[in-house]
Write a protein that binds this ligand. Structure first.
Ligand code: GRF
Length: 218
């Protein structure tokens, strides 16, 4: 049973998807803590309703990114977090943060920070990915769950789902269709991690076969 820390800045629908999947047994783990950087964000309310310890660490106006991330890491470590899931976390994490959640023998060599992005990376990284896709005129876009590295949405891809762009789509309708897929593939990737099935070589992520889990094996 892994302990998951979720970092969220906004509505928290991906947080909710992870909470629901852990509750239903689709993830062999539990959400140990939520950290939010935006006062009043719906993610905080979702955590409260789910009975998950949540902390607000406002980041607006904080110039020292290293000091801020040290605070976040301390909160995650205090809850014994094994895996960090960025879920609409609107900040770049620092190299020191990534170092604090580097691969361990328990993670079977997999890095321990994941993110979900609303586009088929490497297309449309950064902000407003759905708007970028509409403006570009692609027929398909989608979402990506990837390990996080020091770049903006550049880490190794774990799983992707394609979503069609339909005539008449606007940013809201396209975002809603993509979110359905985000809520499906993020728990899947987390469960693969929990089962110890993920490994990374360079940019390539493998999902090992089998149903063995690091916790069940012991
Ligand atoms: C999602 O589209 C996610 O891909 C992006 O930010 C959005 C967060 O939505 N990184 P929510 O807060 O999980 O509802």
């Amino acid at each position: 049973m892994i302990r998951i820390g979720v970092l969220a800045s906004g509505s928290g629908s991906n947080l909710q998807a992870l909470v629901d999947a852990a509750r239903d047994g689709r993830i062999d783990g539990r959400i140990a803590t939520v950290v939010c950087n935006v006062p009043g964000a719906r993610a905080l309310e979702r955590a409260r309703l789910a009975g998950i310890p949540a902390e607000l660490l406002p980041s607006k106006g904080v110039a020292d990114r290293d000091a801020y991330d040290r605070e976040v890491v301390a909160r995650l470590h205090a809850h014994g977090v094994d895996l960090v899931c960025l879920a609409g976390w609107m900040r770049l994490v620092t190299p020191a943060f990534l170092g604090a959640f580097a691969a361990t023998p328990e993670s079977r060599g997999a890095p321990r920070v994941m993110n979900v992005h609303p586009a088929l990376l490497p297309a449309f990284p950064g902000l407003h990915a759905q708007r970028q896709a509409l403006e570009y005129g692609v027929r398909f876009t989608g979402c990506t769950v990837h390990f996080v590295d020091a770049g903006t949405d550049t880490g190794p891809v774990i799983v992707q789902a394609a979503v069609p762009v339909l005539p008449g789509d606007d940013e809201a309708s396209l975002s809603a269709r993509i979110l359905v897929e985000e809520h499906r593939i993020y728990p899947l990737a987390v469960q693969w991690f929990a089962e110890g099935r993920l490994s990374v070589e360079g940019r390539h992520v493998s999902v090992r076969d089998g149903i063995s889990s690091p916790t069940r094996d012991r």
